[in-house]
Each structure stands twice: as C-alpha cells, then as structure tokens.
Design a protein around this ligand. Sequence first.
Ligand code: 3HC
Length: 330
Amino acid sequence: MYTQALNTAETADRDLEDAGKAAQFQARIDAEERIEPNDWMPAAYRKTLTRQISQHAHSEIVGMLPEGNWITRAPTLRRKAALLAKVQDECGHGLYLYAAAETLGSSREELVDAMLAGKAKYSSIFNYPTLTWADIGTIGWLVDGAAIMNQIPLCRCSYGPYARAMIRVCKEESFHQRQGYEIMVTLCRGSEEQKAMAQDALNRWWWPVLMMFGPPDATSQHSDTSTKWKIKRFSNDELRQKFVDATVPQAQYLGLTIPDPGMTQDADGHWRHSEIDWTEFKQVLTGNGPCNRDRMAARRKAHEEGAWVREAAASYAAKRAQRQTAQAAE
Ligand code: 3HC
C-alpha cells in the first residue's frame, strides 16, 4: 500500500514538473526562441517533428525517381546537365533532412525502414508518372514551386536543425523551379505539338500539385499542434491559396489553360479553384496511386543493393575509431 502511495505521489510530482516544463517550453516558442536538440521538449513535439522531417526526407529521395527517369532522354546536353544537378540536389536535401531528423533521437535506419515498410509516408505527388519531357518542366515549375511555397515558412520553424536545413534547401529549390519554368517557356514558344505537350502535362499535374499542400484545414489532424508549436507558420489552405495566386499568372504568360473551368477570380484578386477530389488524395495516400507500387519497389531494390555500401562504410568507420582509440592510448 505504502509503495503504491509513494509511486502515485512520485508520478504526481513528475506530472507537475512536466507541466511546468511544458509551460516554460511554450513560453520559449511564443517568444520566437529556437529549440535545439539538447533542449527539453514535450515528447509530442519530438514525435511530430520526427514524423514530418523524416517524411519530408523520404519525399526528397523518392522524388528523384520520376525525374531520374528522364536524365538519359533529355533533349539537349544543357537540359541533361540541369536535370542531373537537380536530381543530385534532391538527394542532398534528403540527407540534410535525415540528419535533422536524427537529432531528435531516431536513427536513419529506423526512419528509412519505416518508409520501406509502408509505415511512413512520402509526398503524394511522387506517385504520378512522368510521361513526356513536358512533365519534367511541369515538375520543376509546379512541384518545386509548391515545395518552395511550403518550405520558405519552414525556414522559420521553431526547431533549429529543421529551419537551418530549409534555408539551404530553399536556395537550391529556386534553381529547380526556374529551370522547370524555362523548359515550359521553350515548349510553349515551340511547335504546336510542343505546346500541346506542355498543356497535357499541366492538365495531369495541376490537381495532384494542389494536393501536395495537404488535406483541407478542417480535416488536417496535425495543423493545430504544429501551429501552436510554430512548426507550421501557415495552414495547408493558406499555402495552397498563395501558390494558386502566384501560379495562375505564370500559366497565363505561357498561354496555357489551368484545367479548372470553375476557377474564378474574386474581388480581392484571389484565384478560387474548384473543389479538390480528396478521394483521389486518399487513394494515393493508401498506396493506390498510379505509381505507388513502382516507387516502393524501386526504393526497396535500391536499399537492398546498397546494403554492401552501408556495411563497408560502417566497417571502415569502426576500424578508424579503433585506430584512433589505440593511438590515443599510446
Ligand atoms: N502526401 C503524403 N502525405 C500527406 C500529404 C501529401 N501531400 N499531405 C498530408 N499528408 C499526410 C500527413 O503526413 C499526415 O499523415 P501522418 O500523420 O501519417 O504523417 C496526414 O496526411 C494529415 O495531414 P496534416 O495536414 O495533418 O499533416 P501535416 O500537418 O504534417 O501537413 C504537410 C502536411 C503540409 C505535407 C507537412 O507535413 C509539411 O509541410 N511537410 C514538409 C514539406 C514536405 O514534406 N513536402 C513534401 C514535398 S518535398 C518536395 O516536393 C521536394 C522538392 O524538392 C521536389
């Protein structure tokens, strides 16, 4: 009885202490302080950041697949070099983000295994096929354009390692978006067939790109806490609207038609899109998009084939640590 009472009292003290720490933590967030890896943080803050940052990293790595598919088929050496550089950048973005996620306590192996087991997500947008060269221009223009819209506010995220990774990523994303838009300008000023190819790509990518920003605010399960903890600075719908307002004039400049006949411009100048097909979004998130199986099969195959590289690197690192320990003992 006494032990039980003692445990209950100790638990109550710990809860009281944690409640105090949580209040101090929120005061730091409200004061726009950066949270660093060694700082106290609520377990739920750590958990949601590990979730978001690791899924962001998975998205970067899986995102290499649809574009990598066109490196050997780029129409000129200049386009090939730009696409090579972009795909290589995405890999680097993935590594920065895995490194940022690891500061929260999970290992890269755990994070990657969760994705390969289908327990962690990557962005829905990468489950669509790249059917023509115009898709590569559209991905740079729209997908990277949407990523920039989403990632600029993340440079002010309350968690230091994530915010700092985003600053580097955003600098490279602007090149990605510009090279994509340049491809679209070239196609739209080209032959009728080239312009038709650009319009076809816009028709196929427009709605999946709007879904990149996440479900509507009313059904977003993480937005409230992510906003309270200043992980998110804008809601899913706010960023989606910013993206649409910025992109419609670009499509008009290209002479392309946004595939949304119901779109209108309101008195404030905002372009109001029609209802998004959230059933398609849910289908893609549950693994039933056009390319989900291909993407996961490609990632699992690459992970298996890369096992020897990881083992060799780990063995080299262990031997070097042994040598350094032996030298320090001399
Ligand atoms: N694709 C896949 N899953 C999505 C999604 C999408 N487009 N949008 C939302 N989801 C998932 C969320 O992950 C969450 O599921 P979970 O609990 O299993 O993680 C669920 O749907 C509910 O959505 P919420 O709005 O509640 O989730 P978030 O608050 O996390 O908001 C987000 C979703 C806006 C994508 C946010 O996670 C975020 O800003 N992530 C960082 C940016 C990012 O990951 N971008 C992906 C593209 S990266 C890219 O484009 C690279 C570029 O170089 C090409």
